[in-house]
Design a binder for this molecule. Structure first.
Ligand SMILES: NC(=O)c1ccc[n+]([C@@H]2O[C@H](COP(=O)([O-])OP(=O)(O)OC[C@H]3O[C@@H](n4cnc5c(N)ncnc54)[C@H](OP(=O)(O)O)[C@@H]3O)[C@@H](O)[C@H]2O)c1
Length: 249
């Protein structure tokens, strides 16, 4: 028997294919949307998660990981994936910098992470609190990511073991930052990922110089495969008048 969900899915597929036949551009978009939809239904969304989670073995290595002395920077750490990451890294005794754009959301999130700390693990509460630091910065702004790199570089002369560029927002309406760049592009790519990694490079190199194995992790989305990158001037909000110059990092 075909379920209502399957019928709905088939209708959507037919719609995409039908749309795809109306012109060659639409056909290309229709095909990639259909592929993305079918693949995504299997591997992402709640269905994908439940399917894969059923196969996860209990991972003792993660629970036993000792991150004492290691330094982590997580952007967008006040909710979602970033917040869960901050909780995990802190619980395993890492020193964690939570980069958030709003100070009250940052403090609430920090309190939530701290609430998971429990006495009796050979660490004083005050020492544990010192391992969890909030840094207020909007990752879509060049001025802010420069401050992040400067602050953390000063506080961690021994370097940073891992930078996790996770902050992101997919806005329904086009918005431009006060520095003049389309917000999603600025936050996900230009400053929140490429720019931040670039300005944090000295901290990552300092970690390597102290015998560490630094890394930079980008949290991104398969959704990008589903749509064409627009013209550079449009995607980046750089002006055609200046030759569509790459914004500064
Ligand atoms: N969850 C998914 O299914 C999924 C799928 C594909 C990709 N992703 C990517 O995974 C990452 C995390 O997603 P999530 O689901 O955990 O989302 P989420 O719960 O909405 O968390 C996003 C975090 O990023 C922060 N943020 C947004 N814009 C920022 C900015 N300009 N500067 C600093 N922080 C900013 C948000 O802070 P505020 O609270 O201040 O807004 C929030 O803490 C994102 O990059 C997202 O695109 C997620």
């Amino acid at each position: 028997m075909i379920s209502a969900a399957t019928t709905h899915s088939l209708r959507l597929v037919i719609l995409f294919v039908w749309v795809g036949t109306s012109s060659s551009w639409l056909m290309g978009q229709g095909i990639s949307t259909t592929q993305f939809f079918l693949y995504g239904k299997q591997h992402f969304t709640k269905t994908g998660y439940l399917k894969h989670a059923a196969k996860y073995a209990a991972n003792e290595a993660l629970d036993k990981a000792d991150l004492s002395g290691k330094v982590f920077v997580v952007t967008g750490a006040n909710s979602g994936i970033g917040h869960e990451m901050a909780k995990f890294l802190f619980r395993q005794k890492g020193r964690v910098y939570m980069v958030c754009r709003d100070s009250s959301r940052a403090e609430n999130a920090r309190a939530d992470v701290l609430s998971g700390w429990s006495a009796g693990q050979g660490e004083e509460s005050a020492a544990a609190e010192k391992r969890l630091v909030t840094v207020i910065a909007d990752c879509s702004l060049r001025s802010d990511i420069l401050k992040v790199a400067e602050t953390i570089g000063r506080m961690e002369p021994g370097g940073v073991d891992a930078l996790v560029c996770n902050a992101g927002a997919l806005l329904e309406k086009r918005a431009v930052t006060q520095e003049g760049h389309e917000t999603t592009f600025a936050c996900h790519l230009l400053y929140g990922a490429y720019g931040l990694a670039k300005v944090m490079e000295p901290s990552l190199r300092a970690c390597a110089a102290h015998g560490g194995a630094p890394r930079c992790i980008f949290v991104t989305s398969g959704g990008m495969y589903n749509t064409k990158w627009p013209k550079w001037e449009i995607g980046s909000s750089s002006s055609a008048a200046d030759g569509g110059n790459t914004p500064k990092c």
